[in-house]
Design a protein around this ligand. Structure first.
Ligand code: PEP
Ligand code: CO
Length: 482
């Protein structure tokens, strides 16, 4: 079946996966580190790792994991790296989003398809408004491990290991649930594969076909105050597609993966077991995901996570929070990207609305001043988390928006370019973040607060943010090259 998609009607990044294959010198680093191996991280301090009580069971699970097929391929990984390089040059925009943490129980058809729908809809808004291709990257198919502020949790005098995400243990506060279980590594791999498989099938089967926008409508869109604006965009794109088809005939089929996956490369045994060499490519790839990132709590320059990531050829995200000295950031770039390869590094800054004005400029000056090629991406979520008096964790839409607005302005003022956003969101009608078009109040939060970790934007808040990005970027003065 020939699948027609709205993506095809819109500008594509100029070099695709095939031309990457044709001229690998364009993007590849010139050498692989010769003092690196998939296990060399084990010689460094590895924070945020569980202690598995049964070493033999861990070894057996890892051996099993190592023998399982990969979730992604090296050519997809390299194609994404190329697109991220394009985004750094202003020729694409990165949209990266999904749950703070996936759970095994949420590996269901409606949850996966609704998350895909909201990301597709946001990307439609961005493509239409920014007149740029959008690189869509989900925080899914592997986002099962979470960094925690303490190794243990104590309730009523009982101390147990903390919950580290479904890939490690279960959230219930019992000794059995909290015991790190290596079989969960296998289950995480299989749930990731199921998620991937469903996403690929939906997309290949025409889920994102603009001729059928009803496929990716979420029921309660109809009641949203944003519905009118959104519908007008869908109609405008539909008109363009029909116009182009009238002139040129049916527009091309969609033969390559258009949705990429990412997760925090936190649980290093899992990442190591999925680190592979492939025929006709040099070096090593993490084939559990296209785009692993290093979280803020595990970005130590001499730590295990940086050591692991420096040796794989995937594009790498690096979260950058308040207080990172510019010199440290530059040294981390030296380690992770010694050849200054375009597309290799995405710096995801997450400063908080109140701190970005002071924290970001020194980093921009240092990175730009040293001529480092990076894609700058803003995560306006993680610096804006707060606990209410009731103990509920939330984020205010106004702060998320303010950080993103400030990020665009600060980049413009420094001659650098904000080329992407990183968001925590869901396609469900949850009430976890305050504000937005419907102005959710504290009293609304209890209605549908489902996250066990960080609060997510709901469908409507996500779409609103996409519209705000378009307005903001549309009005921003053209960026100087950066
Ligand atoms: C996250 O992205 O869920 C996360 C924990 O982020 P950070 O490392 O920026 O705190
Ligand atoms: Co989070």
């Amino acid at each position: 079946m020939r699948v027609r998609l709205w993506h095809d009607a819109l500008p594509q990044c100029s070099i695709d996966a095939m031309s990457m294959q044709a001229d690998p010198r364009k993007l590849t680093a010139v050498r692989a580190p010769d003092d690196w191996a998939p296990a060399s991280w084990q010689g460094r301090a590895a924070v945020q790792q569980p202690t598995y009580p049964d070493a033999d069971a861990l070894a057996a699970a890892l051996a099993q994991l190592q023998a399982l097929p990969p979730l992604v391929t090296s050519w997809e990984v390299l194609a994404l790296k190329h697109k991220l390089a394009e985004a750094a040059e202003g020729r694409c925009f990165l949209l990266q989003g999904g749950d703070c943490a996936e759970s095994f129980a949420d590996c269901t058809s409606p949850l996966i398809s609704n998350r895909l729908k909201v990301l597709l809809q946001m990307s439609l808004v961005l493509v239409h408004g920014l007149k740029l291709p959008v690189v869509r990257v989900g925080r899914f198919a592997g986002q099962y491990a979470k960094p925690r502020s303490a190794d243990t949790e104590t309730r009523n005098g009982l101390t147990l290991p903390c919950y580290r995400g479904d890939i490690v243990n279960a959230p219930e506060f019992t000794a059995a649930a909290r015991r790190p279980d290596p079989q969960r590594l296998i289950e995480a791999h299989s749930k990731s594969a199921l998620t991937m498989n469903f996403v690929r099938s939906l997309i290949d089967g025409g889920f994102a076909d603009l001729h059928h926008p009803e496929y990716w409508d979420l029921a309660w869109v109809e009641h949203s105050p944003l519905q009118g604006e959104y519908r007008r965009m869908v109609d405008a794109i539909g008109d363009s597609v029909r116009f182009m088809e009238t002139l040129a005939g049916p527009i091309g089929s969609f033969g390559k993966v258009d949705f990429y996956t990412s997760h925090e490369a936190l649980l290093l045994h899992y990442e190591q077991a999925q680190t592979r060499q492939v025929p006709r490519q040099w070096g090593w790839f993490n084939l559990s995901t296209h785009f692993p990132w290093i979280g803020m709590r595990t970005a130590q320059l001499d730590g295990a996570h940086v050591e692991y990531c420096r040796g794989i050829r995937n594009p790498i995200g690096l979260k950058v929070g308040p207080g990172v000295p510019p010199d440290t950031l530059l040294h981390t770039l030296d380690v992770l990207n010694p050849d200054n390869e375009p597309g290799r590094i995405t710096l995801i800054h997450r400063m908080g609305a109140g701190r970005i004005a002071n924290e970001l400029p020194p980093l921009l000056r240092a990175v730009k001043g040293e001529g480092r090629k990076v894609l700058w991406c803003c995560d306006p979520m993680h610096g804006n988390t707060e606990s209410l008096a009731s103990g509920v964790k939330t984020r205010r839409f106004a702060n998320i928006r303010a950080e993103l607005d400030a990020a665009f302005d600060i980049h413009a003022a420094h001659g650098t370019r904000l080329g992407g956003v990183h968001l925590e969101l869901t396609g469900e009608n949850v009430t976890e973040c305050l504000g937005g078009a419907r102005d959710l109040a504290e009293t609304d939060l209890a209605r549908a607060y489902k996250s066990t970790v960080d609060p997510r934007l709901n469908y409507e808040q996500s779409l609103e943010l996409a519209m705000l990005i378009v307005r903001k970027r549309g009005n921003a003065t053209p960026h100087a090259a950066g």
